[in-house]
Design a protein around this ligand. Structure first.
Ligand code: M6R
Length: 616
């Protein structure tokens, strides 16, 4: 959580910092602040509680000098309430000449704070971050070299941190350090950038360097030096950002979420591109990073939130097509028990951001136990990709809205590709059958487009149910994780109680929740692909309707039995039953977005959330 941006160069630091913060605001929006160094006025700082707009309006009323160096921060509060004082940057030193921003949690801040208080340092905020600002300022007074002071301090910090620091005495230097939190450098011509991710600077440069664990960056307009915390030189490895700057703007849509839902045919299509030939054969060149794939005897999928639901769907595909046993684990649960795994276990980590701390910690733990790690990730230069043995990038483009939509359908698509590639490699299915599945997968972008063209009724239902206190979701087979995802979307966007259930579980308890008028959304399996499940779900619909439920069904086109039993039916194109998950989730995304819109809520930045959960 928290977004950080830094700029040094001939351009306007205010413009770069504010546009970078706008693109990073999805990471946290409790407060925002910037510091710049002006040749005459020295260090200048402005910070405000609330969304970035509050800071922008404040700067419009009372501008800061436009300078050529600065740092900016958008906060998701951990230590201390979201107010002006706890907002970053934090200043350090007797004359407050040093400014510092922080993403992460400094775990040993209490003892460090006590040490500083004993020295007579006065704190203004309740944050852990201010400790780092005062420590660097004090150390600088002693060693008289800012880089050395910064290095000495970061080596004392424990926990997770990306720190950016500037000092009035150094008008051309930004210092940065990274441990367990993300940091990327943007390389310009005569100017350089820092950001929590490439979205911070993609408008200005596409040449980037991902900063590694426990490294320090000395950034000047015309040079970049990277060293380890101990001082060893690191040769930077540059990469080209494939995202287009316009992809991270709303482009005329009322919200990023609306745009990202509409982006899905392209997100799915781009994820397939170059991996699935027109004859239906799948080739994942990424597998070459995993030498012993054929010897793997099981797969553990690790992820959180929506990405974990993508993992649940991937499990159905991998087990059915590649015949490898799969378990899906929430990363934070997996990490803190004693999982049994070895060198024949493949861990498949799924993460849009590639920076989710729970997932990263679980991956590190799995590697320590000897497992190989394959990841599905949407963000170039992300820590997860750097720490995996191989990575399959979903090409969904930047996802800005906090609620995941296009990244989810791209993750599902990548999961299908992994399952088919494994099946082909292990010869668990005949070549013809495999290619038929590949051909069906090729049709997905078109089917997604068709779903998006027919969602009007779902929009209407979202608006109509905006007064509901609770909405339930049911599904079976891949419909179950889709029901869970539908409920999660509704909770995070509309702040109403929503729960997803496996339809078969109804009679084991949840049916007691059904009363007159209870809205239930049912994801119905295909009647053709799931001969045995379809009638069972139809019976579930009858059972809840008999008890007063209002049923909205997501079902395959021309499913007569559903049309006879549900109150409303949203139809999706017939496709492979596992792949149908991609189509079934779209009406649920639209439903949640419209319901939240009808309640007047901010669908891009729901309360209490941040897109990238970079603390455990
Ligand atoms: O970046 P990640 O995919 O690792 O994020 C995982 C979850 O935090 C994320 O999917 C979260 O559940 C979304 N807000 C759901 O819309």
């Amino acid at each position: 959580m928290c977004g950080i941006v830094g700029y040094v160069g001939p351009g306007s630091s205010l413009d770069v910092l504010l546009s970078g913060l706008k693109r990073l605001e999805y990471r946290g929006y409790d407060s925002a602040g910037i510091s710049v160094i002006d040749q005459e006025k020295g260090l200048q700082t402005r910070k405000r509680a609330g969304k970035l707009k509050v800071l922008v309006d404040d700067l419009a009323l009372s501008p800061l000098p436009d300078t050529h160096i600065g740092i900016g921060h958008t906060r998701w509060a951990t230590h201390g309430a979201p107010n002006d004082i706890n907002a970053h940057p934090h200043l350090g030193g007797e004359h407050l000449k040093l400014s510092l921003i922080h993403n992460g949690i400094i775990e040993n801040f209490s003892e460090l704070k006590k040490e500083l208080i004993d020295f007579g340092v006065k704190f203004s905020s309740e944050t852990d971050s201010e400790v780092a600002a005062h420590l660097v300022a004090r150390e600088y007074e002693t060693v008289n070299d800012l880089t050395q002071a910064f290095r000495n301090v970061v080596r004392r910090l424990q926990g997770a941190f990306t720190l950016l620091c500037i000092h009035e005495d150094y008008e051309d230097l930004i210092l940065a350090a990274r441990r367990n939190s993300p940091l990327v450098i943007g390389l310009g011509v005569g100017e350089n950038f820092l950001g929590s991710d490439v979205a911070a600077f993609v408008e200005f440069t596409k040449k980037a360097v991902a900063v590694g664990q426990d490294q320090i960056v000395e950034l000047r307009a015309d040079s970049v030096r990277i060293t380890s915390f101990e001082g060893a030189e690191i040769i930077p490895e540059t990469f080209e950002v494939s995202w287009d700057a316009s992809a991270a703007s709303k482009g005329g849509w009322p919200s990023f979420m609306a745009k990202e839902i509409a982006d899905q045919p392209q997100a799915v299509g781009d994820t397939l591109m170059g991996r699935l030939s027109s004859d239906g054969s799948v080739k994942l060149s990424e597998f070459s990073g995993l030498s012993s794939l054929t010897e793997m005897n099981r797969i553990i999928i690790i992820a959180c939130g929506t990405a974990a639901y993508a993992g649940e769907v991937a499990k159905y595909a991998i087990e059915k097509w590649a015949k490898i046993p799969v378990s899906v684990e929430l990363a934070h649960e997996f990490r803190y028990r004693d999982p049994v795994l070895d060198s024949q276990t493949l861990v498949l980590a799924i993460s849009q951001s590639g920076e989710t701390m729970d997932t990263l910690m679980a991956v590190r733990h799995a590697k320590e136990l000897g497992a190989k790690v394959l990841s599905i990730c949407n963000t170039q230069g992300a820590t997860l990709a750097r720490e995996s043995d191989a990575t399959i990038y979903t090409h969904a483009g930047p996802e800005v809205a906090v609620a995941s939509t296009k990244a989810f359908t791209a993750q599902l698509t990548a999961g299908f590709l992994v399952a088919l590639a494994l099946a082909s490699m292990r010869k668990s299915m005949g070549a013809v059958e495999l290619r038929e599945l590949g051909l069906e997968l090729l049709k997905l972008p078109r089917h997604v487009k068709e779903v998006l063209e027919s969602v009007e009724r779902m929009r209407f239902l979202g608006k109509r149910l905006s007064g509901a206190k609770s909405i339930l979701f049911l599904g079976r087979n891949v419909g179950y994780p889709i029901a869970l995802e539908g409920a999660l979307k509704l909770k995070e966007l509309a702040y109403i109680h929503a729960e997803g259930f496996a339809a078969g579980e109804l009679k084991h308890g949840p049916i007691a929740l059904i009363e007159q008028g209870q809205a239930v959304i049912v994801v119905v399996p295909s009647p053709k692909g799931n001969h045995s499940l379809h009638p069972k779900v139809i019976s579930n619909i009858q059972e809840i309707k008999a008890r007063g439920a209002v049923v909205i069904a997501i079902a395959e086109k021309e499913d007569r039995l559903v049309a006879e039993s549900a109150d409303e039916v949203f139809e999706i194109a017939p496709t492979n039953p596992i792949m149908s998950a991609v189509l079934a989730v779209i009406p649920l995304q639209i439903f949640a977005m419209e319901l939240a819109n009808a309640k007047g809520l901010d669908v891009d930045q729901p309360r209490n959330l941040a897109k990238s959960v970079t603390v455990e």
